[in-house]
Design a protein around this ligand. Structure first.
Ligand SMILES: [Zn+2]
Length: 224
């Protein structure tokens, strides 16, 4: 943990003392200062690209540009414990939340481009096929996309399960995120993107440590 002490105030032998470090490719450092861009560029290269975020829909209209019809189907649970709230991913067979009877909900995850955030995000689509749900309204738009049309759509939530969706052609010269989308698709098509990472996936151990889950497990006599 010696590396953590680098920086102003941690220089032992004066400013000219050559510092040796185990870091294989330390960014150029002058007088304890580091060139920010070269350091951050190097670190970015070593890590996964910026994490995917779910596109959160509410009563405000969002603009979304679809670019693929490939999606990932996942199972989730909605939880509302004081220490854990929101949707979490269901890992399947040994899932503690399934075993204590929590409802499982399917979500189809579709990557889309958000031209305002200028990033690829993930739209979670429920299996609801009533006319005002998301899925039936997205189907004609994805068909247009598959037919080679460049489209965008606006979407906002109208009530708990309803959405207002409208599509229009993408104007010439509009930011369609082409560069980011191409890079994303390369990784996506090679299986290098886990869309479900937009959900937390607590381990069985973490879940068992939540008091409400622990109580449910105990009452059901589940010990593992
Ligand atoms: Zn489950």
């Amino acid at each position: 943990m010696d590396e953590l002490q680098e920086g102003p105030g941690a220089v032992n032998g004066g400013p000219t003392d050559p510092k040796h470090t185990a870091n294989p490719s330390p960014p150029k450092s002058r007088g304890g200062l580091t060139e920010a861009l070269s350091a951050w560029d190097a670190e970015c290269g070593a890590q996964a690209p910026s994490p995917l975020e779910a596109i959160r829909l509410d009563a405000n209209e969002r603009i979304v540009i679809p670019f693929t019809t490939s999606m990932q189907r996942v199972e989730t649970h909605y939880v509302d414990f004081p220490s854990l709230q929101g949707y979490v991913r269901c890992p399947g067979d040994a899932c503690l939340l399934c075993r204590v009877g929590r409802r499982r909900e399917q979500r189809d995850l579709l990557p889309v481009y958000d031209p305002i955030a200028r990033a690829v995000g993930v739209l979670a689509i429920s299996p609801n096929i009533r006319p005002h749900a998301l899925r039936p309204q997205l189907m004609p738009i994805l068909r247009q996309l598959k037919a080679g049309q460049r489209v965008l759509f606006t979407v906002r939530k109208t009530d708990r399960t309803g959405y207002a969706v409208a599509s229009r052609p993408l104007l010439e010269g509009a930011d369609d995120g082409a560069e980011k989308v191409v890079g994303f698709l390369e990784r996506f098509d090679a299986g290098g993107v886990e869309l479900a990472a937009v959900y937390a996936q607590p381990s069985s151990e973490e879940l068992a440590n939540i008091p409400e889950v622990a109580a449910m497990l105990k009452l059901r006599g589940i010990t593992s």
